[in-house]
Design a protein around this ligand. Sequence first.
Ligand code: SF4
Length: 367
Amino acid sequence: MSFYDTYLEYENFDTEGFLKEVKEPDVLGIIKKNKLNHHDFLALLSPAAANCLEEMAQRAQELSLQHFGKTVLLYTPLYLSNYCVNRCAYCSYNIDHDIKRKKLTYDEIEKEAQIIAETGLKHILLLTGESRIETPVSYLVEAVKIMKKYFDSIAIEIDPLEKEDYQRLIEAGVDGLTIYQEVYDEEVYKQVHLAGPKRNYHFRLDAPERACEANIHNVNIGALLGLNKWQHEAFMTGMHANYLQNKYNDVELSISLPRIRPHVGGFRDVYPVTDQDLVQVLLAFRIYLPYVAITMSTRERGSLRDHLIPLGVTKMSAGVTTEVGGHSDSDKGDSQFEISDTRSVEEMRKAILNKGYQPIFKNWMAI
Ligand code: SF4
């Protein structure tokens, strides 16, 4: 039994028909409940719920304060390599794109780590394109050992691995995994993942669970909003998080809500997601899964990110570059996509304080 069985149960569910039937009084009743079921959650993604955003925001804020207080954890991504063997329609690193490729040497990794550590951040996310040849697990293990000298929490966002490989990385010092399914609809998944090992939908879908079985401390999942109808994708993401939370209740779960950003290549989001849609998804996640952390990245513009802090966001990136080697002056590799919020760590720290919240630089340290 894995989440794929739950996915199959809902594969042919008439989501649109269900959403049309939801009425505003239903939504107002649901947000008063202590525990929501799957259908309650789906109702919060309906057009009727879009007319109840104020009420949903009040409930989401109440739950966020109860479970997380007024805190926002800060972290930054560090891109180790932009070599990739996949053909994802929506990404600059796609093997077909003529971009400047680069993989950091161990000396360059150390230099980037030193520069980031000077900002005071203690949480780091290591990213690579997907290439077992350029960035094998042995390379990542060495990178993690370097990171351990500078950071208290090290997460990875890389290709899906077997449980034993996750164990190797956890032993080296990794405590978090970010892995986006990108799109939960299996047909659409095949359409946007044109070639490469990433076409294996099932192997990717089960990756968070393999990491949980390897005893990772935290897992962050999500769908890339814009690839498919957002109601369906948000619903499956919430169901996936709920499944993992119930089965691995010692793992700290997070959800991200990334929207497609400009990149090299002609793909544009097929199903636009407005700011209001994004807010509705955020509120629905918070009300359905009050204990789950919610991450908002620099894909979103600064004013919107600030506005979302009281509504349930608990983790934010800062001082971000998506270029390989982008923190130091060295020869850089091209970026994965354009970011929107370009603020430094210090600027983000002040912005969070201005909202009356506490920026957290460290909330976890492996012993
Ligand atoms: S999304 Fe990931 S796997 Fe796909 S092309 Fe970009 S880096 Fe490679």
